[in-house]
Design a protein around this ligand. Structure first.
Ligand SMILES: Cc1cc2nc3c(=O)[nH]c(=O)nc-3n(C[C@H](O)[C@H](O)[C@H](O)COP(=O)(O)OP(=O)(O)OC[C@H]3O[C@@H](n4cnc5c(N)ncnc54)[C@H](O)[C@@H]3O)c2cc1C
Length: 461
């Protein structure tokens, strides 16, 4: 008998560790409910994940087995369960966050002490970070090496015969039913992905930054798979295979669009690679600076940013999307992060912490890696990158469709004026939309201050 320890992977399909455990043995599936670990993410993501676990439990019951749920320290729980089921080995998937790796080591030691084997598999990523160089100067060089590694297809769901005929009366705590979330579980993830494959992927590159389309057809403009990937409801090999099948079936421009989607998945892979080699990615700057960055301690500005009341329409729309939906489109995600760390000069760690609590797609590696990239403390090869929130809006939301969907105070203002809002006179702004905020920082002064502070930190002034 083997135990399979479900960690962040609430699915039976395309699950590397589960498939390995079921290959030539009978498997008892286990989930260890760890309130401390789940307390590190926001209420929305916690509820979403627990709903996946409920679906997982139902799936095991359909297959004639059950998910054994226990609360407590994984090392103690797994030692007890290994004895109860007379298991010779415990299988699980590799995780990359330092706290989880430490926990895994404690489990391995405890089980070894009882003579139980452990077997851990690469599952979260397509390419095991240990197969690549430790450091790359930019994403294209990472991508070059990463692309050259052959990718395997999705793992099949284990046959019912490979799952132990067990019954368990215990379950996870009831997820908060009042939180509005996308449908949970593998089936819902797959359905959303199929819709994207049918209606979105062949135009992905052309429309992924079109914010009007993101409002009109949110799951066609981009895949919106991040909430499901981040909570382990679907496997990344399944997304890669789905995209690759379409890639093989189309030609020309459509093919380039599909390839861009696969390319975007390589960003996620790079973030895991970064975390693997830099366990303190969430706390320390990746890049070293000869001088300290003179971050500002400005609580009022930070609060205005969190509420979406900075007087920069695209920033405010992005923050309100985040607050309302627990999701934010990648374009405004970059713009709000740049605005906080550059125009407001507030430390990226503060922004990342706020995102962690709000996002349903919070992913420890991607969130911290991308915050660092945007803050110019990470892997970006440009020394100081500053997104101008006005030109970003003019380029990606010139009809103000996205902004007006989230900032009703601006609904009657002509779109050109919404784009130019931070540059209008105070009198004109008061005339056009008296209830909407004035800019909390001057656009040019904010830009120049950020440029100066970063150049000083880099020793270039
Ligand atoms: C400040 C900041 C914080 C972020 N935090 C997270 C996070 O916590 N979780 C998260 O999944 N993504 C994060 N991202 C990356 C990106 O914004 C989201 O992955 C993307 O918006 C998710 O929407 P989608 O699934 O529709 O993306 P699509 O456009 O459909 O992209 C497909 C997939 O590619 C991956 N991907 C694309 N871009 C990136 C990227 N830059 N970094 C990592 N993966 C990427 C994601 O897995 C995504 O699901 C962050 C980006 C920024 C700038």
């Amino acid at each position: 008998m083997r135990l399979f320890w479900h960690r962040g992977d609430a699915r039976t399909r395309d699950n590397a560790g589960l498939a390995a455990a079921a290959r030539d043995g009978e498997v008892v599936p286990v989930f260890v409910y760890d309130a401390d670990l789940l307390g590190t993410v926001g209420a929305r993501q916690r509820a979403f994940f627990l709903r996946h676990v409920k679906r997982l439990e139902e799936r095991y019951r359909e297959l004639g087995s059950d998910l054994i749920v226990r609360a407590g320290d994984p090392e103690a729980v797994l030692v007890d369960l290994a004895a109860e089921y007379d298991a010779e080995a415990v299988f699980y998937n590799e995780q990359y966050r330092a706290a989880r790796r430490n926990r895994q080591r404690a489990v391995e030691d405890a089980l070894a002490g009882e003579g139980v084997d452990t077997d851990s598999r690469t599952d979260i990523v397509l390419v095991d970070p240990g197969r690549l160089e430790a450091r790359y100067p930019n994403h294209s060089q990472f991508h070059g090496d990463w692309e050259a590694v052959p990718k395997r297809g999705p793992y099949a769901e284990p046959d019912a015969a490979a799952l132990a005929d067990v019954r368990d009366g215990k379950t996870v705590p009831e997820p908060d039913a009042d939180i509005d979330l996308p449908d949970a579980g593998y089936e819902a993830a797959r359905e959303r992905f199929d819709e994207f494959l049918d209606y979105g992927i062949t135009s992905y590159n052309d429309t992924r930054d079109d914010l009007a389309r993101a409002v009109e057809a949110p799951t066609h403009a981009v895949s919106r798979m991040s909430p499901y990937l981040a909570t382990g409801a679907i496997g990344v090999r399944e997304l890669w295979a789905g995209a690759s099948d379409v890639y093989d079936a189309v030609t020309g421009g459509e093919r380039r669009n599909v390839d861009k989607y696969r390319y975007e998945l390589s960003w996620r892979e790079q973030m895991y690679h970064l975390l693997y080699y830099n366990p303190d990615l969430a706390v320390s700057n990746y890049k070293s600076f000869p001088n300290e960055i003179a971050w500002r301690d400005d609580d009022d500005a930070f609060e205005a940013w969190t509420r979406g009341e900075t007087g920069y329409p695209l920033v405010d729309a992005g923050m309100r999307q985040l607050n309302e939906e627990g999701y934010i489109h990648n374009r405004p995600r970059q713009v709000v992060a740049s605005f906080l760390t550059k125009h407001l000069l507030i430390d990226w760690r503060r922004g990342a912490r706020y995102f962690t609590k709000q996002l349903i797609d919070h992913d420890y590696a991607s969130n911290h890696g991308a915050w660092q990239w945007t803050a110019s403390t990470g892997t970006d090869s440009v020394d100081v990158r500053i997104f101008d929130p006005v030109s970003q809006m003019s380029k990606y939301d010139d009809g103000a469709r996205f902004v007006k969907a989230y900032v009703p105070e601006l609904s009657d203002v002509p779109s050109g004026k919404v784009v130019d809002w931070p540059t209008l006179s105070r009198a004109e702004r008061e005339e056009l939309a008296p209830d909407y905020a004035h800019p909390i920082v001057d656009r040019n002064e904010g830009y120049e201050r950020a440029q100066r502070v970063f150049e000083e930190a880099l020793g270039k002034r």
